[in-house]
Design a protein around this ligand. Structure first.
Ligand SMILES: C[S@@+](CC[C@H](N)C(=O)[O-])C[C@H]1O[C@@H](n2cnc3c(N)ncnc32)[C@H](O)[C@@H]1O
Length: 385
């Protein structure tokens, strides 16, 4: 029985499921989930991430890590943690840049936090000759504490689902995945105060959401979202911000989070499914396509701050990479390989151009009180209070 058929049978019996439950089944169902079975990164797969665009991305993240470690006082050991490492390209590029500072490599206790068995195998193959031997963990809490940490993650937050709430004329309702008249998967709404009824389309979400959700934050002080607005809230992303905040406050260090997403409260449906580089309906082929939502950087930053960490401004990826010298790096590579100059220019534009990844992708840094990571020093002004 396919995942689609199993979901249809479950919903027919128990009623609609929340968007996060649907999302998690699509990505991580042990039998048919996308990451459990068929994650396909790269040009020949379903989607391309920044490390797959150019090695410059990971090399510059690596230089940022070296400078951060230096500003931390060069602790040894330091946990070097990548969450959601994909096919291992980013860690490979980071470690290549880290060869510039052998003392860092000697201090680094490298960890890959990965839930996907096929991707763990890809990472092991890619990193077989790496200058440090990483270990794997299924969850961040399995990585030992007791030492400072430098963590980084590219396109991980967008794998952590968001609940979706719609402002109706009668108040807030949650968007659910149910069945239409023909028995196909379909979105519907469940009023947050509606009583649960078995065997109907109005079930499966507690009336008092466990997320602490009362109402989405307003667009601006004194305003309200107008009827018809869809607002997302991700307990999973906030929980990661909280876990990172506690860990950084207790043991020291920094976490660099890169993803496409919002840097201020914003309404809109960002649930998206991608297969073979094309957008497809999120309900069309559960488990066959990659599902994502936008990273909610303000919520992640707020959760980390509440746990005792600090955070700098949320940067655009283009600004982050330019500040780290990507233009000079592109010129140096092009000077060494003039035949590659056009390709390098295209890669630069893809990573930093406003119409490409440069503006949509954002970079946030969480860090322990007293640390001043490069580009995120607490003195830099921010619109995130
Ligand atoms: C879109 S890929 C990004 C891969 C890589 N960071 C890159 O930039 O190419 C998402 C990664 O996050 C992992 N992932 C997805 N959900 C996760 C979860 N709940 N916890 C930890 N890792 C997860 C996936 O297995 C995969 O390695």
């Amino acid at each position: 029985m396919s995942l689609l058929d199993r979901l249809r049978a479950q919903i027919a019996q128990d009623g609609p499921i929340s968007v996060p439950e649907y999302f998690t089944r699509c990505l991580h169902d042990p039998r048919d989930g996308y990451y459990a079975n068929r994650p396909a990164l790269g040009e020949g797969g379903d989607f391309v991430t920044a490390p797959g665009v150019s090695q410059m991305f990971g090399e510059l993240v690596g230089l940022w890590i070296l400078e951060t470690w230096d500003r931390m006082g060069r602790p040894s050991p330091v946990r070097l943690v990548e969450m959601g490492p994909g096919d291992g390209t980013l860690m490979s590029d980071v470690l290549r840049a880290a060869r510039l500072l052998p003392d860092f490599l000697a201090a680094a206790d490298a960890w890959l936090v990965e839930v996907s068995a096929p991707l763990r195998a890809a990472q092991a193959a890619r990193l077989a000759d790496a200058p440090v031997t990483p270990r794997w963990a299924g969850r961040l809490e399995e990585v030992p504490g007791g030492a400072p940490m430098i963590l980084y993650a590219n396109e991980l937050l967008d794998c952590l689902p968001a609940r979706q709430f719609v402002r109706t004329a009668d108040g807030w309702a949650e968007r659910m995945v149910g069945l239409d008249e023909a028995g196909n998967l379909a979105f519907g709404l469940k009023a947050l105060s509606a009583p649960a009824r078995r065997g109907s389309h109005a079930l499966a979400v507690p009336d008092a959401p466990s997320t602490g959700f009362a109402a989405p934050p307003p667009p601006r002080a004194g305003e309200e979202w107008p009827p018809g607005t869809l607002v997302e809230a991700s307990p999973a992303q906030a929980a990661l911000g909280n876990e990172l905040g506690h860990r950084l406050a207790a043991h020291g260090g920094a976490a660099l989070l890169i993803d496409y997403g919002r840097d201020a409260p914003e309404a809109g449906d960002t649930l998206q499914a991608i297969k073979a580089h094309q957008k497809v309906s999120p309900l069309a082929e559960p488990g066959q396509a990659d599902l994502t939502v936008w990273a909610d950087f303000p919520a992640v930053v707020q959760a980390a701050r509440e746990a005792g960490a600090q955070a700098g401004p949320i940067l655009r990826q283009g600004d982050f990479l330019r500040s780290l010298g990507i233009e000079a790096r592109t010129q140096a590579l092009a000077a060494a390989r003039p035949d590659q100059a056009d390709k390098l220019a295209r890669q630069l534009d893809r990573l930093t151009g406003g119409a490409q990844m440069g503006d949509l992708f954002k970079v946030a840094c969480l860090f322990s009180p007293g640390l001043a990571p490069p580009l995120f020093e607490p003195s830099v002004s921010s619109f995130v209070s």
